[in-house]
Design a protein around this ligand. Sequence first.
Ligand SMILES: Cc1cc2nc3c(=O)[nH]c(=O)nc-3n(C[C@H](O)[C@H](O)[C@H](O)COP(=O)(O)OP(=O)(O)OC[C@H]3O[C@@H](n4cnc5c(N)ncnc54)[C@H](O)[C@@H]3O)c2cc1C
Length: 607
Amino acid sequence: MVQLQSHEVIVVGGGGAGLRAAIAAHEAGADTAIVTKLHPVRSHTGAAEGGINAALRDGDSWELHAKDTMKGSDFLADAPAIEVLAKDAPENVIELEHYGMPFSREEEGTVSQRPFGGLSFPRTTYAGAETGHHMLHTMYEQVVKRGIQVYDEFFVSRLAVTDEPDPTDRTCHGVVAIDVRRGDLWGFEATRGVILATGPAGQVYDHTTNAVTCTGDGQAMAYRAGVPLEDMEFVQFHPTTLPSTGVLISEGVRGEGGILYNAEGERFMFERGYATTDGELASRDVVSRAELTEINEGRGFEDEYVYLDMRHLGRERILDRLENILHLAEDFEGVDGLTEPMPVKPGQHYIMGGIETNEHGQTCIDGLYAAGECACVSVHGANRLGGNALPELIVFGRRAGLHAAGVDLGDPQIVTGRRGAVEDWDGTFETEIGAVDPEPAYTDSGVGTDVVEAAIDAEQTRIDELLDREGGVRHPEVRRTLQRAMTDHVNVFRELSGLQIALKEIRSAREAYQHVYVEDSGKTFNTDLIQAIETQNLLDVAETIVMGAIARTEFRGAHWRAGHQARDDDEWLKHTFVSWDDGAPSLWFKPVLLEGEKTYEPTIRSY
Ligand SMILES: Cc1cc2nc3c(=O)[nH]c(=O)nc-3n(C[C@H](O)[C@H](O)[C@H](O)COP(=O)(O)OP(=O)(O)OC[C@H]3O[C@@H](n4cnc5c(N)ncnc54)[C@H](O)[C@@H]3O)c2cc1C
């Protein structure tokens, strides 16, 4: 049975960005609801360990935070976005503290801050090594206190968007969701705006710190509705993940003084000259490349990992600040971090790119917003600094919530969509790309509920096809092909030939997807159906990553390209966009904005 609900603001996702957006929209007076596939406190923000950056102390400033972030981004972030992040983070973190967030504290009672990679000041505020967990619970309490409606176990599978030929003329009127408990389709009309806060897409890789639920649903839905995905080739590989599972060992360990060494007992970050000033606390792309170079040149352990050692920090300090790390190392690797070094290797962790937005969270489609990891505003550019994602959630989640509720935030400086100084890519791909079976068009009637109902019909048709198909291919098979192709060929070190292979593999996975069938015909908790739909989302997202990686012939931040071993500011100070036009993706560029309140001159990036 189809249900239709109506609210002013619909927030898709109950993680850090979604909760903060909902609180803001509600406080601005909008009737707000959260629609989420997981219960909010099970969102992946709960996995965040190390901390949240904000310039809170004497000696630190928003200007320093902005400068570090721009340098970390390898000069591919937009200055207006970085400046909003750095300026708003202190007030927003203090607000979290006032909500009751249990930050770790110094003897005299002030909140503690630790050093993190790429920061010129110890500005990472934290709650033990469970910062994200506490953040989620703290904000969820505020959602409950305010009586904001939460529809949890609702899987949003389609946006209800009008179908004008130019995406910048389209309007988003709501979303369609599967009620996971009962299997029915629900329509959610949003009379003011839909905010996508659906989080990461790390499941495009098989060795990742991201949970199985991180399937890029928001990115894929926005992309199919006509919103460009920006800078998708920039994928962060975290240097310290446990080899057997991809579980993260927080940068907080190195922030507290943990050291990395190779099989020859060398503290290689210094001794092999990778980062002679900052050593283990160089930015993540630098440390990940260093580790893999050590392993590839035969100085790793078992040809697979290096060691991260925190024993010298002492039991008391470890238990006070890093207790969670002891549990992770013990539970997932059988190692006692108090008495043994921990094996670590790089693993996929974060995607810097995402749904293109401006500083208010607006996409190029009227009424559609995005915030958090699914979005690209862009503050991280070619490489995110540790501790900068959590402030992004609350700063830009809040702004999106306010704007969607009708609060005037002034004129944005970032222009979204195919407008302004657009340059088309003049290259070609060896493989055919794009949808084998594009989504049906959306109805354009101008009436919100009609658009939502048309989207429900289109979604019902897609689901019926998946459920009615008898025999064929199982979705885990398609997902495995995709994950292997991405892990093997679109990793820390990238070569054109490997990227072309990845594109071919994705194409064949897409074709196989045409024959995917769902074995479970039940309506209740049909995770088989949900995962089949998530797999299509992963395919769409992965393809944009590879397309961007092929087009960008330079080495910038996390994007290392064989044969192009230098950052090329003359040619490449520009963002990559992939948009789905007329059923096939196209690739184009817009210039990076290095002028905000300050001007950021690209300099050599060394640590
Ligand atoms: C292990 C780990 C540690 C990290 N540590 C740090 C750190 O210390 N500091 C830092 O700054 N950053 C850290 N990060 C990065 C940061 O935690 C994430 O970028 C951030 O938490 C993502 O938050 P989000 O709100 O965008 O997404 P999430 O918290 O993932 O929330 C997404 C929400 O969307 C919902 N959703 C998704 N798809 C759908 C759908 N189709 N329908 C309905 N709902 C949907 C989910 O249910 C969920 O509620 C870490 C990341 C990882 C993986």
